[in-house]
Design a binder for this molecule. Structure first.
Ligand SMILES: Nc1ncnc2c1ncn2[C@@H]1O[C@H](COP(=O)(O)OS(=O)(=O)O)[C@@H](OP(=O)(O)O)[C@H]1O
Ligand SMILES: [Mg+2]
Ligand SMILES: [Mg+2]
Ligand SMILES: [Mg+2]
Length: 353
């Protein structure tokens, strides 16, 4: 009997692997005018656009009927003012599509040498990511560079791809080009890929997609427990996490890191829990920022909920809906952390009345 979703898993690893080479290349070559600021004031680089163009081109060939929810769209690039960055993005995406990585890529996914696309085809590929999402059918979600601020500062970032079927994440792959293969050995091998398939466990691979190693969240104790949290104070409430730490008697300092690398570190035991509580009202978490990471945690023996204790809902559209935060932790401590989060919320609400 064939293994369910084997082709999707193999595809997603191949696409993320190719994308990681592209983003690393861009980082080393990035010049000042290759970063734009989006309408929501967040940065986006030629690397984000080129990666989404490349992965969506691969997706269109491998799974032509599957819609895509992607973070980026090409509207700014189509304008006359976007000419310089547009040309750079097309060059980068075509270089990545043409890269001769291995025979398997060409045979399986129809890319490699001779895959050059026109400008229009690549802009259209970016815009294949405009799907609205929803509760029924298959769809992919891509965050070409998650943690763009981390990418720009040479810190952690991640290339994130997931397959969602009927609102449930089934395959998740995260490439972390700057993450040490072993957290405690920062001078050792750097760069890894994480993969999870629902019901089939979670694994860490090398950046070339080799040596799959099963990962899972180890048991933790109050003495070893620490939080993984965002670097940007605007993205998650650091003060709230401190309050929860006090309630739980946590003595370890939090580890701050950009991107879904936080989920990856948690899944392999480099941190006790990932806590991401809203900093204000209005922001809705995007499905591409959590889809592969949440599956990775579940397949590594963890639990992911919001602060009400409910599962994240990937069937609502491009966002997770009203923002009740995210709590990801091992099975043994999740309930305790959730209770502390709820107590902290009650204390804050009481202090206001
Ligand atoms: N206000 C607000 N609240 C919560 N989240 C936000 C907010 N603004 C942006 N974002 C999203 O945060 C994504 C990066 O999250 P990180 O956890 O990596 O944060 S950080 O990099 O440490 O800043 C980042 O993903 P990328 O845009 O892919 O980098 C955004 O989607
Ligand atoms: Mg962004
Ligand atoms: Mg993101
Ligand atoms: Mg992004």
């Amino acid at each position: 009997m064939s293994v369910p979703l084997a082709a999707e898993k193999q595809f997603a690893v191949a696409a993320v692997r190719r994308a990681c080479l592209l983003t690393s290349f861009v980082f080393n070559k990035l010049v000042k005018n290759e970063t734009l600021v989006k309408g929501d004031k967040s940065p986006v680089t030629v690397g984000d656009f080129a990666t989404q163009a490349m992965v969506n081109t691969m997706l269109a060939r491998a799974f032509p009927d599957d819609p895509i929810v992607g973070e980026e769209d090409a509207s700014d690039l189509r304008a006359e003012s976007g000419t310089t960055v547009r040309e750079r993005i097309i060059e980068l995406a075509n270089d990545a599509l043409n890269a001769d990585l291995e025979l398997g890529d060409k045979a399986s996914w129809g890319i490699g040498p001779g895959s050059t696309q026109t400008t229009d085809a690549l802009l259209d590929a970016i815009d294949r990511g405009n799907f609205a999402g929803g509760r029924t059918g298959r769809m992919w979600t891509i965050d070409p560079i998650d943690g763009t601020k981390g990418f720009l500062r040479g810190g952690q970032y991640a290339v994130c791809l997931a397959l969602i079927v009927d609102g449930i994440v089934q395959v998740g792959v995260i490439g972390c080009p700057n993450l040490p293969a072993v957290w405690t050995q920062p001078r050792g091998d750097v760069g890894c890929i994480f993969v999870a398939v629902r019901g089939q466990g979670a694994q860490q691979l090398t950046l070339s997609g080799a040596s799959p190693t099963p990962i899972s969240i180890p048991l933790s104790t109050p003495g070893t427990l620490n939080f993984l949290e965002s670097v940007e104070a605007a993205h998650a409430d650091h003060g709230f996490n401190e309050r929860v730490s006090k309630l739980l008697g946590i003595i370890c300092e939090p580890t701050r890191m950009d991107s879904q690398a936080k989920y990856c570190c948690l899944a392999r035991g480099d941190g006790g829990a990932y806590l991401r509580m809203p900093t204000g009202v209005g922001y809705k978490e995007k499905i591409w920022d959590h889809a592969p990471g949440s599956l990775l945690i579940e397949e590594a023996d963890g639990i992911v909920t919001d602060s009400r204790g409910q599962s994240l809902d990937f069937g609502l559209g491009r966002t997770l809906g009203e923002n009740y935060g995210v709590i990801a932790a091992g099975k043994d401590v999740h309930a305790k952390i959730l209770a502390a989060v709820q107590q902290a919320n009650t204390e804050i609400a009481n202090a206001k009345t």
